[in-house]
Design a protein around this ligand. Structure first.
Ligand code: NAP
Length: 301
């Protein structure tokens, strides 16, 4: 099969598109013929070698954590999905940006989503749902989302709005219209956030979700008034110090099905800023590494 790969840790220059061995699904796994794969921060963090102590990968490695495609093989014990089904989901830390990928968590992709949208849904949706779950019931609550314009943040806005929260989301000004289109009240992150939020929510903010890891976690705790009502998916070091909930992506098909159901209801549409062809994988990573993606970057395979 054709695949994006890197043979050594390093910059985007290490990325090539070449032939690689076809993967095989193990027990409980499926193999899909990939239509499109997501690009997530973990892809370039792993590729750069920056997280090799905690997330080592076997080289050469195929980047990519999530994808959409059509099932072309199932491993032992797999039930409820058949050859030809169009599914989106999660594989390992690597492996998705290729013609064939193995997934260990998946859900049927809503017919209303394009392949690019479905490719953007996997990691972002399970991460956003886990981060929100840590905060408890959302109906009638005012929720502040730090980093609301990114892949995880934009998914979290739509999920929280669907569950009846009033959402204030932070982003740079260029993304304020985007946040409003998702159903959030936009404001700018950084110095003065406390005052801006107080003006937007005179009765106070009940909950906060951090997806930005920008060093603002202590500030979010001060705005909400209680670390137990704050969660982060991105700043685990400060969370531990402050007593804030942490949440991580899980390869959980039930969470993917929950996201897909909201997709079918028209309450969640993964937002794709840019889609690159497989051959331009290095450009896709370079764009994502800037840290200012609006929604998601995906790669068409
Ligand atoms: N724990 C897990 O399992 C897990 C899973 C997935 C992701 N993550 C982590 O969660 C974080 C978010 O992931 P992602 O996929 O959403 O990333 P992303 O799409 O690359 O996020 C980009 C967004 O971050 C915003 N941003 C940049 N600087 C900011 C700041 N100082 N304050 C607030 N927002 C800022 C940008 O908005 P502007 O362009 O408007 O500046 C942009 O929309 C990453 O650190 C990622 O590694 C963790």
């Amino acid at each position: 099969m054709r695949a994006a790969r890197y043979h050594e840790y390093g910059s985007v220059e290490t990325l090539v598109v070449e032939q690689a061995p076809d993967p095989r699904p193990g027990p409980g796994e499926i193999r899909i013929r990939v239509a499109a794969a997501g690009v997530n921060p973990v892809d370039w963090k792993v590729r750069s070698g920056a997280v090799r102590e905690v997330l080592p990968v076997e080289l050469p490695a195929i980047p990519g954590r999530d994808a959409v495609g059509v099932v072309d093989g199932t491993g032992e014990g797999v039930r409820g999905v058949g050859i030809g089904d169009r599914v989106f989901g999660l594989g390992g830390v690597t492996g998705a940006t290729a013609e064939l990928a193995v997934l260990s968590a998946w859900a049927q992709a809503p017919a209303t989503w394009t392949d690019e949208e479905a490719a953007a849904a996997g990691l972002a949706s399970v991460t956003a749902l886990s981060g929100l779950r840590a905060l408890g019931p959302l109906r009638g609550r005012t929720l502040l989302i730090e980093g609301a314009a990114g892949g995880v943040g934009s998914a979290a806005v739509e999920f929280a709005v669907a569950r009846g929260a009033v959402v204030i989301g932070t982003a740079s000004e260029r993304n304020h219209e985007f946040l409003a289109s998702l159903g959030a009240v936009p404001t700018t992150y950084g110095a003065g956030l406390t005052e801006r939020v107080a003006a937007l929510a005179p009765d106070g903010v009940d909950l906060a979700l951090d997806t930005a890891a920008s060093g603002s976690l202590a500030g979010l705790v001060a705005i909400v008034g209680d670390p137990a009502r704050v969660s982060t998916v991105a700043d685990h070091a400060n969370a531990q110090r402050l007593g804030v909930h942490t949440a991580n992506a899980e390869n959980d098909s039930a969470l993917l099905a929950e996201a897909a159901e909201l997709g079918r209801l028209g309450r969640y549409t993964p937002r794709v800023e840019r889609a690159y062809p497989l051959e331009r994988i290095a450009h896709a990573h370079a764009y994502a590494e800037r840290g200012h993606t609006r929604g998601k970057i995906v790669v068409r395979v």
